[in-house]
Design a protein around this ligand. Sequence first.
Ligand code: G6P
Length: 611
Amino acid sequence: MCGIVGYIGEREASDVLINGLTRLEYRGYDSAGVAIVNGSLEVRKKKGKVKTLSNDLLGNALKGNLGIGHTRWATHGPPNDINAHPHLSSDGSFALVHNGIIENYTTLKETLSQRGYTFSTQTDTEVLVRLIEDVRRSTGLSLGKAIRQALSQVQGTYGIAVVSKDDPDMLIAARKGSPLILGVGEGEYFLGSDAAPIIEYTRKVVYLNDGELVVIRRSGFTVFTVDDEPLEKAVYELEWDLEQIEKGGYDHFMLKEIMEQPTSIQNALRGRLFNKAPYVMLGGLFEAIKTLKDVDRIIICACGTSWHAALVGEYMIEALARIPVEVEYASEFRYRNPILRKNDAVIVISQSGETADTLAAVKEAQRQGIPVYGICNTVGSTIARDTDAGVYLHAGPEIGVASTKAFTAQVTVLALLALKLAKRRNALSDTELKAFATHLLAIPGKIQQVLDGAKSIRKIAEIYRYANNFLYLGRGPNFPVALEGALKLKEISYVHAEGYPAAEMKHGPIALIDRFMPVVFIAMNDSSYDKVVSNIEEVVARDGIVIAVTDAPKGHLDDLCEHVIRIPHTTELLSPLLAVIPLQLLSYYIAVLRGCNVDQPRNLAKSVTVE
Ligand code: G6P
């Protein structure tokens, strides 16, 4: 949510910044701006996409090799040129970009107004700029120290980057609650909200922690603690490469990421799953499993698509390992003073590893002294570092705002965890463990088969592209898949869709059904098949149009339904991994046919770093 970039070195800063902002655009696309130092300090910012800004710079370039940039997801103040970042100090001497929310900005603004400061934007960020000015004016401190002192008065979250025309060899950044990474090059440094804008220049990175402030010069950088003490920081090597964050010939990142799923799941399984004992090895949870296997209850917290993966995990862990599981929205968990008991454990799931509510859930569990484990995709992300232990998805960078490959990788890792716990608790026989592992190992190949049928799903999308409402129904572990299918459609094509457990249809949604209402059923040939077919009959009897996703052989379903999407068979608990694929494709094609911006749907952001 909001992307920050920064550069100091010998290159043209505006090229590096625009490039970086383009890569970070999935974090927000309400406006974009840069500030460049070159004797003077110039700011250029525009409402809308990074492209609008780069077009503006084309005819009227900003020269200089020190600068900061920002792509905005608006929180305070509508998206327009004025509210766009960077924000300048009143005397035009320094510029600042900010990701996060200054929660006490109204109080600070009032005090600063009384002290004679004026404001031209509606943002909380401008208040921080004026506060830094005020600290400087009243104390005579250097810019770095004034920033530190101003930040100590701020409540809320921030990742900031600052440049000043008075010091052409200094880039300052600080974070609390919003991610920032420093890329370390030869005589040059890069800043980014994540690794995407950095990776084409260097793989060496330093992760800033909350409360840390870094002063970067061409000759080196120093990280300071909250108490202004210099700190030794480890330099890490990034795992992802540039190819992974480019579209690779696909029209959209979302399609690329859907198509990558056989590989991303293979990567999530690599070195972790075997079809003989010990069946599963999860290095990151090696010690944690000793605790997890004996807990009375696991609580999984997550948001959005990750929450849907958590629901599938609930079915898997309860069925295989027989440990009670509760799934919570992280945003609810954090505020309702949850009752956690000594023998509970919390697992958080987050693709980005930066979602503010999920991070707050981690803190709440830690406050209550409960172990917290993470399932994250982004290596080195805040949640990955702040949890006691965890598992990475290894799904590679996910750029499309609507999550696809992260979902299937999350479900895969949850399946591994369920199997591991089942083994350690002796909840399954060796034959059962082997059978499940064998099914899981076959999933990537089966997903490929579903993807090979993408054209037929596009045809269905062509027929229903104008529908205004969709209903998605599933049972058991495919109930969360119904929720996920509906979410995908809402997110990228702005079509109203609801997901429900199929049996709940009778308690409300059935009233909506008519011949204009496509109903997508996940009707797997498993323990609930007959019941789901009865639900389909109920919809057909009311003139509803049914699109069924099934592994059942040709037969009665084909007579009942308008369209049947056949997918391969797997064991019931793993069927979500296959059933979700046609739903991802359906929403993708409908969105494309409706002319929607698939990778950057309106109002959404990939990484929600504000509450
Ligand atoms: C945003 C994204 C979703 C994602 C959710 C949780 O809403 O648009 O795709 O599922 O955040 O994100 P996380 O990174 O914590 O999985």
